[in-house]
Design a protein around this ligand. Structure first.
Ligand SMILES: Cc1cc2nc3c(=O)[nH]c(=O)nc-3n(C[C@H](O)[C@H](O)[C@H](O)COP(=O)(O)OP(=O)(O)OC[C@H]3O[C@@H](n4cnc5c(N)ncnc54)[C@H](O)[C@@H]3O)c2cc1C
Length: 527
């Protein structure tokens, strides 16, 4: 007598049948996608049969198909790009992700992963008719091994919660984006996020040891792992920073560090960004690697003061710097750094008298983006990289370009990495200002590339910067990246329309190129 099927087999068989059933209606929906704009465009729902099958897996409350409710997910932190997804699914486990992905794969629909939605480059921007997978319910800390310096977490865990969990034992997780109280580890992995303290400790890529990933066809792969130096290609390195285009991360093994014995902080003011930029170059050229060295210009200082009430003077520029390590080393290094800042023209150097005052200084810096909202109704957050030695020169050029555009630009950034964050201020109600702001933001990126830098430091390429990839890479470079993507996602269904400037090889969206709404209105241009 044949064995009766195990429950698992029954479920799998049933899901395979269901997948075949939705495939036909999915093919129809996918056909409907051809010819729809990559962003914007009419709402495209998903086949009712698919939604029904997905509800059976994740529960009705975790599967959203109502158009009004879907609008919550129509953009990330880049709110000027908006597309309503076809369906939003909020799984709780790898198993649920796998089962949903298999159904969506059979239906031939695109998938867009999303963490907390704080991305600033449209990385989690839906495409019409897509299934958006929100990973925020997967927020368990699965395992901690302090002896070997790692922990395993689900992707929806909030960045700051990792360090909070480790803190009582004297450990922490180093990458600290300014959004760390809200952004997820999955999003950090996809964007290779950085933060103020990445100058000394490295970006997310330096702190991810391994990951469990669900591929676009539902297969599960384990990349890297807690053991250092896994043989073969460094697929973990490729995954980090791949912006959701290779698969869905459902577990991450993170490197954890012991908290430094001591930290010394100082806040130095300067007449202008010229002297502040020179101070940064001098400090690092002297062999000092600060844990963080952040610069704010006059307008950024004004915004931060208005929003947080810090008692900073009205000056042309300020640096906020942390030096950390063993007590003896830190005292010596901090003194040397202060001296170099003074030699570069510092007007005043303040040392916080206690931990509370230090926290206020850092709160000022970390709330800078939001603070700019106090001095301007709208702004574009830009993210480019330049060689450290070019800071003063590039900031001066940005000032000239900003004046020519009749706008204002605040600069607050990771100076040690040369990672600029120009915030281009505008008022959307004044006709033409938004278009000028978008153009200026784009021109600043081109300036960064010309200065020997890059179009993004930490916010990712996403949908926003894809048009600028041609400014940095040759066709051969981009074709190589595309081939790599194809190895994971031959049909180009994972987070289409991100990273690559136009459809390439088996990439995002074969067929006629559809311009973005901002291009149609002349607000932004490609290449
Ligand atoms: C005020 C503010 C300050 C910021 N400061 C910084 C900063 O200092 N440094 C910095 O680097 N960034 C910063 N950011 C940008 C943003 O917070 C980071 O990019 C962050 O990593 C995004 O995480 P998230 O969970 O919000 O991801 P989302 O925005 O939801 O998604 C980001 C990308 O990750 C993909 N993704 C998400 N989860 C997964 C998953 N599980 N598997 C596969 N792909 C996935 C998405 O498809 C998308 O491409 C800031 C943003 C804001 C609003």
């Amino acid at each position: 007598m044949p064995d009766s099927p195990t429950p698992a087999t029954t479920v799998e068989a049933e899901e395979a049948r269901a997948a075949a059933a939705v495939a036909a209606s999915g093919a129809q929906a996918h056909a409907a996608l051809a010819g729809t704009p990559h962003t914007g465009g009419a709402f495209v729902g998903v086949p009712a049969q698919l939604a029904e099958r997905v509800r059976a897996i994740v529960g009705a409350s975790n599967c959203i198909t109502e158009k009004q409710e879907l609008r919550t997910y129509e953009c990330d932190g880049l709110t000027s790009f908006r597309v309503t997804p076809g369906m939003v699914v909020l799984p709780i486990s790898t198993d649920e992700v796998v089962r949903v992905v298999k159904l969506v794969h059979a239906a031939g629909l695109p998938i867009v992963p999303r963490g907390s939605g704080t991305g600033l480059s449209g990385g989690a921007l839906p495409v019409p008719g897509c299934v958006l997978l929100g990973l925020s319910r997967m927020k368990r800390i699965l395992e901690i091994d302090l002896e070997n310096g790692w922990m395993r977490v689900e992707p929806g865990v909030i960045n700051l919660d990792v360090s909070k969990k480790l803190s009582p034992a004297g450990y922490y997780y180093a990458p600290d984006p300014s959004s760390q109280s809200v952004c997820s580890i999955g999003g950090n992995v996809a964007e290779n996020s950085g933060g103020a303290h990445c100058l000394k400790y490295g970006f997310t890529v330096n702190h991810v040891l391994g990951a469990k990933v669900v591929l676009p066809d539902g297969a599960v792969v384990e990349l890297g792992g807690a053991v250092l130096d896994t043989p073969g290609y460094d697929l973990t390195g490729i995954l980090v920073g791949s912006e959701g285009t290779l698969g869905i991360v459902t577990e991450v093994t993170l490197r954890v560090l012991r908290k430094p014995e001591a930290t010394r902080t100082f806040f130095a003011t300067f007449p202008s960004t010229d002297e502040a930029g020179n101070a940064v170059s001098k400090i690092i050229a002297a062999g000092i690697v600060p844990a963080a060295i952040e610069m704010m210009d006059r307008l950024a200082i004004k915004a931060i003061k208005a929003a947080t009430g810090v008692d900073w003077p009205d000056v042309g520029a300020a640096l906020l710097m942390d030096v950390d390590g063993p007590v003896a080393e830190v005292e010596h290094t901090a003194r040397a750094a202060v001296k170099l800042a003074e030699e570069a023209g510092a007007l005043q150097v303040r040392l916080p008298k206690d931990e509370q005052e230090r926290a206020v200084m850092w709160k000022g810096r970390k709330s800078a983006f939001a603070a700019v909202g106090r001095i301007s109704p709208n702004y574009v957050v830009q993210d480019g990289v330049i060689p450290r030695s070019e800071i003063s020169k590039v900031l001066r050029e940005i000032e000239i370009m900003t004046k020519d555009a009749g706008l204002r630009c605040a600069n607050v950034f990771h100076a040690g990495d040369g990672n600029l964050h120009p915030l281009v201020l505008y008022n959307a109600r004044i006709p033409g200002q938004e278009a000028r702001a978008e153009k200026l933001a784009g021109d600043i990126l081109k300036l960064c590339v010309k200065a020997g830098g890059s179009i993004t430091g930490e916010h990712g390429v996403g949908a926003e910067k894809a048009p600028y990839m041609n400014d940095m890479f040759t066709d051969a470079d981009l074709a190589t990246m595309s081939m790599l993507r194809c190895a994971f996602d031959p049909e180009g269904r994972m987070n289409p329309g991100k990273v690559f400037p136009t459809p390439r090889l088996c990439g995002d969206k074969p067929g006629v190129y559809h311009p973005h709404d901002t291009e149609l209105t002349g607000q932004a241009g490609r290449g």
